[in-house]
Structures are given as structure tokens and as C-alpha cells.
Write a protein that binds this ligand. Structure first.
Ligand code: FE2
Length: 339
């Protein structure tokens, strides 16, 4: 399909989204992309939507092999009031969120929104008041908590600490200065203290290895000690995960990155991507880099792991406690304010 025709069909979706992000007349809106970004119709649709709202849209197209370190890129990000990230730069799709350019823009007060999912999830999981309410309530509980425990039918049983670390919530809207979000999203998370995880983390067939963009077909059992994965056992998926993490030649690739639960009742487990991360009552405990921060409340991770590795893992059939409170019971959200 012709790109201009596809883009014109999307403008109303982007107008709704940018309105929720409080894009206003006179604001500078930067659409950042590169030629390898798979959804070529999104940047022009966002450009047109920003114009409908009276804002000043710009599209910056980086070379798809760009290191994302140039002064031009960084100053453009820092100078915009709203940035829409639709890019594979610098290390694959979405990797810009873990860069200094993104952190600097957020620190300068930009709102930053990631948009890279296929059209189906963008439409199906448009920002929703119930998802926002239960996610914010979850982030507030997460912020106060000091310890998390995860157990599962598959055999996981591990604890981690987060004293002083943020409780983050994603609901698909970047509407406050210094807020990052991803449309679509519905999840609560935090960066655990990097040396704190202890216990057994088991991935069952049918869970999602989002780091390799596929479902697990065999069991993976990880031993966690002092925050590091000290052993990975199991079937072929265990071998592949071990190979992935070892390929970075970096001990910090074997540490936990972020942990939390999904909050979107519209997410579909059969679809990989933000459906996996947002799936209502799922538990996501990921590995590797977590150097990502934002000044807005309940946003960013504030972690200290600078590893280039990052690997998201989403599980069903898990339970999660914050301190002594049962939050997720075998895939069911328990406290009334989080349901
Ligand atoms: Fe992640």
C-alpha cells in the first residue's frame, strides 16, 4: 500500500494520542526515525496529527547505522517539548530509550513517547482510564515497597530488594514534563537493587522470551544469587538464553533489570510485544541494562546496570508479593485498587 494512503488512515489515531499527551499549539514536536524503522507510515501520520493540533512538527531521519551520539541529534531531542521515538537506532528497535540522548531530553523536560507496535495493538490498546487508574495505584504501591517476592506454578521462588528505587507505571501517555511512555502499555515496574536477587527463576513453555521475540518451547531454570544468574539449566531455550547472555562477555548481562506486572485487560497473550508486557496479571522479570531515568513521577527505572544486554521475559501463572502484600495470585490481581 502507498505510504501516503496508509499514513492518512492513521492520522486520527495519532491526533487522539497526541491530544492525550497534551500536545498544544505552538509546541515543537520532534518525530525521530530512521530508514530501517518498519512502520514507514507512522512518522508522516504523527507529523500530520501534530499539525492538526497547531504544533510545529519536525521529522528527523537518522542514518540507520547512526550511533545516536551526534550533537545535532542530542540537541534536537533536548530542544523539543515532545519527542516521538520511532526508530531502530542505535542497537535495534526501541534501544534509544536506554541512551544518554533520551535521558538528557527527559531531564530537560521533554515528554517522550515510544511508538513502534503494529497497528493492531495501537488500536486495540489505546490509552484507557481503567488501565491508567490501576497502573498508577500499582506504581504507588511499588514505590513504597522494599522487597518483592515472585513464585509460580512453574517453580519460581525468588526475592529481590528495591529500597529507595522508584515504582514506575506505563499507561501509554507522555503528558507531563520529563515523562516517558510507550503507546500501547499497561504495566508496573521497578529496577531492583542490582545485587539483591536470591532464589530460583523458572520459565515454562508458553511463557514469552521477548528478548528473542518468541514463546519458550522448553523449561529454563535460573539460579539467582547476590543479584546474578549463577546457573542456567533446562532444555534448548536454556542453551539459547545462556548463549545470548554470554555473547556480551559482561557479568552484568546476568543481572536482573526490571520487575513488575501487567495491567491491561485488553492485551492478547497470543501476540508478542506490548501485549506480552501488558497482559493483565502476568509477571515480567527482565535481565540486563536498566540505566534509564526520567524526572516525572512514577517514570523511569533509576537502575545502575550499564550492560549492553537487555532481555525481557513475561510469565503467566505467577504470584507476586510487595513486602507482605499479595499483589498477583497465580495471574489474578488481588487488591481491589489494582483490579
Ligand atoms: Fe525491558
Amino acid at each position: 500500500m502507498d505510504i501516503s494512503l496508509s499514513a492518512s488512515d492513521l492520522v486520527h489515531l495519532f491526533v487522539d494520542e497526541l491530544r492525550l499527551c497534551k500536545v498544544a499549539a505552538g509546541e515543537d514536536v520532534l518525530v525521530f526515525t530512521d530508514p530501517a524503522f518498519p512502520h514507514a507510515a507512522y512518522p508522516p501520520a504523527a507529523f500530520a496529527a501534530a499539525k492538526v493540533l497547531g504544533a510545529n512538527p519536525y521529522i528527523l531521519v537518522a542514518n540507520s547505522e547512526d550511533s545516536f551520539a551526534s550533537h545535532l541529534c542530542r540537541s534536537a531531542w533536548r530542544s523539543a517539548q515532545m519527542v516521538l521515538g520511532m526508530s531502530t537506532v542505535p542497537r535495534g528497535i526501541g534501544s534509544w530509550m536506554y541512551t544518554d540522548a533520551c535521558n538528557d531530553a527527559l531531564a530537560a523536560g521533554a515528554r517522550v513517547l515510544m511508538v513502534q507496535e503494529p497497528l493492531g495493538p495501537l488500536r486495540r490498546m489505546k490509552p484507557d482510564p481503567a488501565v491508567m487508574r490501576r497502573t498508577l495505584a500499582g506504581a504507588q504501591r511499588m514505590e513504597k515497597a522494599r522487597e518483592m517476592r515472585v513464585a509460580s506454578r512453574a517453580g519460581s521462588d525468588f526475592t529481590l530488594r528495591k529500597d529507595g528505587r522508584k515504582g514506575a507505571g506505563q499507561w501509554g501517555v507522555a503528558d507531563a514534563p520529563g515523562r516517558w511512555d510507550h503507546w500501547p502499555s499497561g504495566l508496573v515496574g521497578c529496577a531492583p537493587l542490582e545485587d539483591s536477587a536470591e532464589g530460583r527463576y523458572v520459565i515454562a513453555p508458553g511463557d514469552v522470551l521477548l528478548g528473542q521475540w518468541r514463546f519458550a518451547m522448553s523449561e529454563i531454570e535460573m539460579t539467582l544469587h547476590e543479584g546474578r544468574i549463577t546457573e542456567i539449566r533446562g532444555g534448548p531455550d536454556a542453551t539459547l538464553l545462556r548463549d545470548y547472555l554470554a555473547s556480551f562477555d559482561d557479568p552484568d548481562a546476568f543481572r536482573l533489570s526490571h520487575a513488575g506486572w501487567g495491567t491491561d485487560h485488553r492485551a492478547d497473550w497470543r501476540q508478542l510485544g506490548m501485549d506480552s508486557e501488558s497482559f493483565y496479571g502476568s509477571v515480567m522479570v527482565s535481565l540486563g541494562r536498566n540505566l534509564f531515568d526520567a524526572p516525572a513521577p512514577h517514570c523511569g527505572l533509576g537502575g545502575a546496570n550499564a550492560s549492553p544486554a537487555h532481555y525481557d521475559i513475561c510469565c503467566r501463572g505467577a504470584s507476586l508479593w510487595l513486602d507482605d502484600d499479595l499483589i498477583v495470585d497465580d495471574g489474578r490481581l488481588v487488591p481491589a485498587d489494582l483490579r
